[in-house]
Design a protein around this ligand. Structure first.
Ligand SMILES: [Zn+2]
Ligand SMILES: [Zn+2]
Length: 744
């Protein structure tokens, strides 16, 4: 390093670049020019937890690199997001600190936005929103009323998952292995009046489209298939003694004749007709939580004998049992139990007295030949099903419904939206404080004007999330009136790319459903496919020491500490380089040390060459002798640029970065070879090298934008207005024209 080399001081460099970006409004979503590609990059919407974690840093570093890359290629880019601010996480944090959730959310959001700015993410910060803002949840209420009118929301006294700890019902998707997604305690089933979102009308289309989605990575597609839970098979009608029929499904089309029982879902629409008096109590017990929800496999899942029987497809009498095992496999339907070919069915048969003991089929042996069965038709079943959207919690969107003694549940007229949530509510964790507020609860019936009660359940934040991808596409000042009608929606939707964590599959699945519903209802008619995301990249999580990060284990990596120590670019570069998006990232200090060393070396090396460039003399003979080396450098640059471009376009940032570091090594090799051959660099050699370093800095912009831009400025050969431009070609001068006029 020479004395003239500017010091590598990430904090200073980063502050300077961030000030320049803010001043120029570089990241405001532009009005797209005719013919310009519109690229809406949708990052995940964080809960207002108060702190970014490394998973966020991974998410936003990928999204930001892609957004910068597309801007650099001349595309119109919208990179915006909002906070998922309602729901349990915020409410529980507020309870812990004894502040109103509204206050906690605001404080946390500000804190997180500060962290994002410090990391240099190129969001359009003017478009940030909170799902808990009145102007935002007004549209959750509008969506509720719209879907209600379309018959896609209904209220039913239903069996729902209930968490005793959180004192609330849960959506199926919030129950993992029989445990609450939030507190991890076991949940049980209860019955209560609940609002449901009907998704079944769109399952088939989601299924069909999933096979056609381009620019969706395998991880993202796999989550969609998993949530859908498609089973192909056949269906046939069986008859009971009294002539009553039941349609039963089986995925084992060649073994129907071996069926020995029928298994009915407790949520089957005709369940009451099949359950005998003796078993009714048992069913009630099952529905109200009389079994451990963790007992999900065939050995421990509850099974009730209805006492009824059906004539089987091969003539045998088939006893009818009830078990939620059906739901977990095929949804709320009826299925044939075929122990000879199905291990779960064999378990049930062993447990149930009325089922014949399964014929044991040894390892590698063929099951017995099945008698032929007529009358079976092709059928497809989906495990995915309607889910409850109401919660007995106070920190959520009020459901725009009034309960009148005479008129029952009455929708609040659209003109009266929003139904405002009191901001000063101080939840304690017990029950629902909203229900205890007379100023909220007591209201006149919209139909008859008689005293009535507001619905005190609120919408689950999963419902708000159904359209969390929409507001960023609408200018903030237009959102109050035109959230679903603004003409910009046509510019930006569907989003070109969603970048989200691998655990977002459920959100995305339901967002796809609602897009189709709103297409059919009208507002999203322009999205013909009914798909909100043209492309989707899911990334796995960030762990440490091979384990999930947790306070309890003391292995939480704090992004703030890393940024303070190494700078934002180093952290971004390290997290991007460490692993491809489909792999779990096991964080190590080695990554951040490598990144820090690389950026520092690149900085010093490049600055030294920029400063020394003018000092190199030109000798035509010497230059001719190293022309083949310059030509090889040009080829390396061309090949490197091509690969980096390709990888970045496919959001494979870890590969792109590996090619960036490789190109840097090659530039170093080039210099060594020239020196080996001639002892020093000719001006022609130095010019080619500086051009290569400038190219390298340009390709670094998406991954380490501050350092890269500062280097481009330092090179003195880049127009400051074009710092973010992506190079379409590697322009490395092989021949050299001496700029010094002859005779001087
Ligand atoms: Zn819970
Ligand atoms: Zn009324």
């Amino acid at each position: 390093m020479s004395d003239r080399t500017p010091k590598f001081d990430p904090a200073e460099i980063e502050a300077e670049r961030q000030a320049a970006w803010a001043e120029r409004g570089d990241f405001e979503a532009p009005r797209p020019e005719p013919g310009q590609a519109r690229v809406y990059v949708k990052p995940s919407s964080p809960f207002t937890s108060g702190n970014l974690h490394m998973g966020h840093v991974r998410d936003y570093s990928i999204g930001d690199a892609y957004a910068r890359f597309r801007r650099g290629r001349g595309d119109a880019v919208l990179f915006g997001f909002g906070f998922d601010a309602f729901g349990l996480p915020a409410e529980l944090a507020a309870i812990e600190r004894q502040v109103p959730p509204a206050e906690w959310v605001e404080r946390s959001g500000e804190q997180m936005l500060g962290q994002m700015r410090r990391l240099g993410y190129s969001f359009d910060y003017d478009r940030v929103f909170y799902s808990s803002d009145e102007g935002q949840y007004k549209w959750s209420q509008w969506l509720f009323l719209t879907l209600l009118e379309a018959g896609l929301i209904y209220r039913e006294d239903a069996t729902v998952d209930w968490c005793d700890t959180c004192n609330t019902t849960l959506a199926t998707i919030q129950v993992e292995d029989g445990r609450c997604w939030r507190c991890h305690n076991e949940v049980r089933l209860i019955r209560r009046p609940t609002w449901f979102l009907r998704i079944t009308p769109y399952l088939e289309e989601n299924d069909r489209n999933t096979e056609r989605l381009e620019n969706w990575d395998e991880l993202a597609l796999a989550t969609q298939r998993y949530i859908l839970g498609r089973s192909e098979g056949v269906e046939l009608d069986l008859t009971a003694d009294g002539g009553r029929e039941l349609t039963v499904f089986s995925p084992h089309r060649d073994a129907l004749g071996l069926a020995t029982f029928v298994l009915l879902s407790p949520r089957h629409p005709e369940i009451d007709a099949w359950i005998g008096d003796a078993a009714r109590d048992e069913l009630e017990q099952l529905r109200s939580g009389g079994w451990e929800r963790s007992a999900r496999d065939a050995r421990s899942v509850p099974v009730i004998d209805t006492g009824a029987s059906l004539a089987g497809p091969a003539g045998a009498e088939l006893p009818v049992f009830v078990s939620p095992l059906v739901d977990a496999r095929f949804g709320p339907t009826a299925a044939l139990g075929i122990p000879a070919v199905d291990e779960a069915d064999a378990e049930i048969a062993r447990r149930m007295e009325r089922a014949p003991d399964p014929v044991e089929v040894g390892e590698g042996e063929e099951p017995p030949a099945a008698p032929p069965v007529a009358g079976a038709g092709e059928a497809v079943h989906y495990r995915a099903n309607d889910f409850s959207i109401s919660r007995q919690r106070s920190w959520g969107t009020p459901i725009p419904i009034v309960h009148c003694e005479e008129h029952g549940p009455v929708p609040v007229p659209e003109a009266d939206l929003p139904v405002v949530l009191p901001r000063d509510i101080l939840p304690t964790g017990e029950g629902n404080p909203l229900a205890e507020r007379a100023d909220f609860v007591d209201v006149a019936c919209p139909v008859c004007g008689a005293p009535a009660k507001r619905e005190t359940d609120t919408l689950d934040c999963h419902f708000d999330a159904l359209f969390l991808w929409v507001p960023a596409a609408v200018p903030p000042e237009a959102r109050a009136e035109q959230m679903f009608t603004h003409h910009d929606l046509r510019e930006w939707l569907p989003a070109e790319r969603l970048v989200a964590g691998g655990d977002s599959g459920g959100f995305v699945f339901d967002q796809r459903i609602v897009t189709k519903a709103l297409r059919d209802i009208g507002p999203f008619a322009f999205m013909v496919e009914g798909e909100p995301f043209a492309g989707c990249l899911f990334h796995e999580m960030v762990i440490a020491d091979g384990r999930k990060m947790s306070k309890h284990l003391g292995n939480v990596v704090d992004p703030d500490e890393l940024v303070a120590k190494f700078g934002a670019d180093t952290v971004r570069f390290a997290i991007l380089r460490a692993a491809g998006p489909a792999k779990t990232l096991n964080w190590s200090d080695g990554e951040v040390k490598f990144a820090s060393r690389f950026l520092r070396n690149l900085w010093t090396y490049s600055q030294d060459r920029f400063v020394a460039l003018e000092e190199h003399r030109h000798d035509p003979e010497a230059a001719a002798d190293t022309e083949h080396l310059r030509d090889r450098l040009r080829k390396w640059c061309e090949a490197g640029l091509e690969k980096i471009t390709e990888d970045t376009a496919e959001l494979q940032m870890h590969q792109a970065i590996r090619n960036v570091t490789r190109l840097f090594e090659r530039i170093g090799q080039y210099e060594k070879r020239v020196i080996q051959r001639r002892g020093q660099l000719d001006r022609a050699d130095a010019e080619a090298q500086v051009a290569a370093l400038v190219l390298l800095a340009r390709t670094l912009v998406p991954f380490a934008p501050h350092t890269a831009e500062a280097l481009l400025l330092a090179s003195g050969r880049v127009d400051p207005e074009t710092l973010g431009e992506w190079p379409e070609r590697a322009e490395i001068p092989v021949a050299f024209e001496d700029p010094t006029p002859a005779g001087t």
